[in-house]
Design a protein around this ligand. Sequence first.
Ligand SMILES: NC(=O)c1ccc[n+]([C@@H]2O[C@H](COP(=O)([O-])OP(=O)(O)OC[C@H]3O[C@@H](n4cnc5c(N)ncnc54)[C@H](OP(=O)(O)O)[C@@H]3O)[C@@H](O)[C@H]2O)c1
Length: 389
Amino acid sequence: MAKRIVILGSTGSIGENALSVVRHLEGRLQVTGLVASRRTGRLAEQAREFGSSWVYTAWEEGRAPLARSLPAACRSLGGDEELLAAVAGDDVDMVLCAIVGTAGLAPVLAAIRAGKDIALASKEILVMAGELVMAEARRCGVRILPVDSEHCAVFQCLEGQARPARVLLTASGGPFRARKDLDLATVTPAMALAHPTWNMGAKVSIDSATLMNKGLEMIEARWLFDLAPEQIETVVHPQSIVHSMVEFADGSILAQMGHPDMRLPIQYCLTYPERQAGQVRRMDFRDVFTLHFEPPDHGRFPALRLAREALQAGGSAPCVFNAANEVAVARFLAGHLSFPGIWAAVEETLARTPPACPGTLAEILAAERAARELAAGVADRLGRPSKGG
Ligand SMILES: NC(=O)c1ccc[n+]([C@@H]2O[C@H](COP(=O)([O-])OP(=O)(O)OC[C@H]3O[C@@H](n4cnc5c(N)ncnc54)[C@H](OP(=O)(O)O)[C@@H]3O)[C@@H](O)[C@H]2O)c1
């Protein structure tokens, strides 16, 4: 019987790759529901192609036109409460969360509480609420399968193994790694969006350029694999062939490799625990190639230090780190904050937030809102003066 899935963020980069996997696996996966925001035209096309039972747009003004463009058998959900009920429905086996940011947190928790396995691409969810999400997953006996290529690699390396001594997350280093002479204050959004190896959405591309993405991934790894901060390290590996590595007590290291193509980890998660024939390009060892590794440049890119500090501080600090970064990235993309301003805004927001330990979803969301407000004020002050000003 086909595995019945919901895709949160179906119109984005991960969402489209997931639908490519569904297409490729012909009948092994069935799409029950699709969720997106602004790209409602594309959402309707997807609903038609994959025969989903329902769709939902978080964009209120888009709901009526979307409903009119759907086939008769597809329902358009009217609000967040209906979405929470739909992801928990009997016709759902697994929920793939690929919504950028934290809007996927409530539906993911609802799905976990209804016993659905989760394929998790949205790293922000574990950064913001890792303790709560993992505790609920344990309580409800559901699997959290990591779609992020690094965590999917670690997950695969750990299958059937003892606990790791160390996890080594690989990082491409972003587009400015080798450009040591470049003044990072002159970096524009267009420059930062041009990722050397991965083709991704705008937010995650900027996070890769700042290395904030790797910082978020360190925090994500802490929760997914129950690691102490000292067990998580980052290694720059510009080719993005080794997706991450795990070292065991005896010093042995396992790595997972493949061409950088998100359809590989997405398919792994959607078909887990089986492995199906894939559609991605194979590694050809008749070619001569070398794999390059180097330590991160913490002086030029302070993101990993900030993430480690947030991880060590615990409580609401990772949630504040994530919220401040989201605000700062949006300001950078709008041309109102410099590239180094992203780190500065995150560092100042973290420093000015009093320690707190939010436990419930409501407390976590309140901490996030407060961090966003504080970060917006910080970013305003750090922002460039407007042209006329
Ligand atoms: N791209 C990658 O290779 C990659 C790799 C690893 C992890 N991730 C993680 O996966 C997540 C998605 O990344 P992406 O690159 O696919 O992002 P993306 O291309 O920007 O797509 C984001 C998706 O989220 C939807 N969305 C945004 N706000 C929403 C809301 N409030 N409610 C419902 N849907 C909403 C968007 O809908 P509309 O487009 O219709 O507005 C879109 O479908 C991120 O957390 C990222 O860190 C991505």
